[in-house]
Design a protein around this ligand. Sequence first.
Ligand code: MN
Length: 239
Amino acid sequence: MPDDLSDARNQVAIANRILANEGVFDAFGHVSVRHPTDPGRYLLPRSRSPGLIEAADVLEFNLDSEPVTPPTVQLYAERVIHGCIYQARPDVMAVCHHHASAVMPFCISGIPLIPVIHVAAIMGATVPFWDQRDDFGDTSLLVVKPEEGRSLARALGPHYAVLMRRHGATVVGADVRELVFRSIAMCQNAESQMRALAMGNLSTLTPGETKLAAASNLSPNPLARTWEYWTARAQSARR
Ligand code: MN
């Protein structure tokens, strides 16, 4: 984590633009990071499409997802996703919520997303499935009430990602680079898993491979290399 607030706001902006550029986000989706010096706050943009986010769009919220200063701009409706996960998971320093088309077949079918490619070992062996109807019956499917955010955080449990029925996914990380890598790798895995399933011979990494590959992928060199690559691609797309 950067130790400076303006660095953190820049990282939030870049992470949002990267995930838009890589097809994880479209008009919707958001990334937050925990505040670099106050673990009781987090940084999330104002309501704006993620590919357009600038550092100046990034606002501070407390863990009840209330803005620290009175807002003059529209806020994301689903910010309780972020606040409730930061409350439940002290180890989490960055959160991403998205509706990527790659994961949607899993959100519809309930078929488990499992690590089938080595880069996606970082999503973990288990990605839980959250059905909002279990606690709330019919809803708009948006996660807007604190109790809805808490229910989602319970479903996430100790894992790195959770699928949300007919809606999308929420992904967490120990820092923003890890979060971006995991969010992209999870979508790549979803595409590969569907294609391998269509070919008729689907299998997963072993538990030992998942652990070893995750540790390798989350070492400093791959984290720096992926962040540099995706940042450069997002910057060149803006020219
Ligand atoms: Mn959503």
